[in-house]
Design a protein around this ligand. Structure first.
Ligand code: HEM
Length: 427
């Protein structure tokens, strides 16, 4: 039974007391009704695993975020125009065409070639923190690492990375917010303009051929294809930059906090490096970086016995689906040997995360490094701070202290679990 009457809106998740007990809040929502109309958000809210997966892969729904650009506020419209050209917010056939163009850079095999570089980057960060015996896992590791990896892939020189990140933040905030004021909308639109201008210059730079491992090399094929619209290509590079680092940043922070709060689970992983790939999946399920996906009914339809009108939005709450006891027995327990169950932290269906293999690899490398190199880490300093967002779940800071920093740790050779892509099955 729910512990309180159903709140009128998913918006209540933003109340500070509910951010701290988000999964209890979701449980109350789900156990009352796993699909309900939220009049404050003007959308259906889906919290059950079955309804989330069936909707995410259902061709009766569209992923187009702004069906009527002219209805979008003047300040947000420039950003909305760019987002509308990104694969994440497109439907077939444009979606499949764009995905095919970029997916070669993100196959598990392509991504595995990055493993040593990611390990070296993590080692450098931890070694730098060692003399002080303190580390802000978010600011020092979870933020710079995924940005460095995606910039490496795109061939962005090191000196340009911080400015790219400063453009990415307001855009991610705009995507993640349910209500934006005009100043934030304007800032997000302007940041997108700067980012596109930068990427245009980067992709057309004639300073010798792009390094062979970079996504820029792959994109060169796109830029040389006369049928490929260059602005569309740029919009999708921007998507990779934003999706490629904000989400992974949140994942690393959330996973580290979960391990710090479950010392026995951390000890188990220290003893059993072979469990790291399963731990990455379980940690993604347990505290998912992306909490919401949006779909819109293409026409009047029936979903799980409810009548959905054409154009109505359905918000799929991944974080709630990942704690649904019908899919995951004892869902609030962190269990690296959990049998079966498919989490939806990377989504489900045709839009299944393109960067899943990369995110898994980054997660596996970071977990192994934190556990082996900081064996006595503990929370210290300011309490971890959560960001306030309905769409994303992440931390602003996570300060730890440690006294031991073993120099010679054995690298297990453990790799990320190969990306399973339900997209292929549901198409
Ligand atoms: C732990 C980290 C990550 C999480 C939790 C995550 C989550 C997701 C989710 C839930 C979706 C599906 C959205 C929907 O169906 O509406 C998605 C799509 C996507 N993600 Fe990720 N993501 C992560 C990392 C990455 C990385 C590292 C990249 C790229 C380098 C990336 C690129 C993309 C792209 C391009 C899409 C759109 C795919 C499509 O529309 O076909 N993501 N991601």
């Amino acid at each position: 039974m729910p512990t309180h009457a159903r709140p009128a809106s998913l918006l209540s998740a933003l109340r500070p007391q509910n951010q701290d007990r988000l999964y209890d809040f979701y449980r109350d929502l789900r156990s009352t009704d796993d699909l309900f109309w939220d009049r404050h958000l003007n959308a259906w809210i889906a919290t059950g695993h079955a309804v989330v997966t069936s909707t995410a892969g259902d061709p009766r729904f569209s992923s187009v975020r702004y069906p009527d650009i002219e209805a979008v506020s003047e300040e947000l419209r420039p950003l909305a125009r760019v987002l509308s050209r990104q694969m994440l917010y497109s439907d077939a056939p444009d979606h499949a065409r764009l995905r095919a163009l970029l997916s070669r850079a993100f196959t598990p095999r392509a991504v595995a070639t990055l493993r040593d570089r990611i390990r070296d980057a993590v080692d450098r960060i931890l070694t730098r923190a060692a003399p002080a015996g303190r580390l802000d896992i978010v600011a020092d590791l979870a933020r710079p690492l995924p940005l460095a990896v995606i910039c490496d892939l795109l061939g962005v020189p090191e000196e340009d990375r911080s400015v790219l990140s400063s453009w990415s933040d307001p855009i991610a905030a705009a995507i993640g917010s349910s209500r934006l004021d005009p100043d934030d909308s304007r800032a997000a639109s302007q940041s997108m303009e700067h980012m596109l201008a930068y990427l245009r210059e980067l992709l057309t730079r004639r300073d010798g051929p792009p390094a062979p491992h970079t996504l820029r090399a792959l994109l060169a094929t796109g830029t040389e294809n006369p049928d490929q619209d260059f602005d569309e290509l740029l919009a999708n590079c921007a998507l990779l930059l934003i999706a490629g680092h904000e989400t992974t940043t949140h994942f690393i922070g959330n996973a580290a906090l979960a391990l710090l709060s479950h010392p026995q689970a951390a000890d188990q992983l220290r003893d059993r490096a072979d469990l790291i790939p399963a731990a990455v999946e379980e940690l993604l399920r347990y505290d998912s970086p992306v909490q919401l996906m949006l779909r819109r009914a293409r026409h009047d339809l029936d979903l799980a016995g409810r009548s959905i009108a054409a154009g109505q939005a359905v918000l799929l709450v991944c974080g709630a689906a990942n704690r649904d006891p019908a899919a995951f027995p004892d869902p609030d327990v962190l269990d690296f040997q959990r049998p079966g169950g498919r989490h939806v932290a990377f989504g489900y269906g045709p839009h299944f995360c393109l960067g899943a293999a990369l995110a898994r690899l980054e997660g596996a490398v970071v977990l192994e490094a934190l556990l082996t190199r900081l064996p006595d880490w503990r929370l210290e300093g300011a309490a971890p701070r959560r960001q306030r967002s309905l769409n994303f779940r992440g931390l602003d800071s996570l300060e730890v202290a440690f006294t031991r920093f073993p120099a010679d740790v054995e690298r297990s050779g453990v790799d990320a679990r190969p990306a399973e892509c339900p997209a292929q099955r549901t198409r």
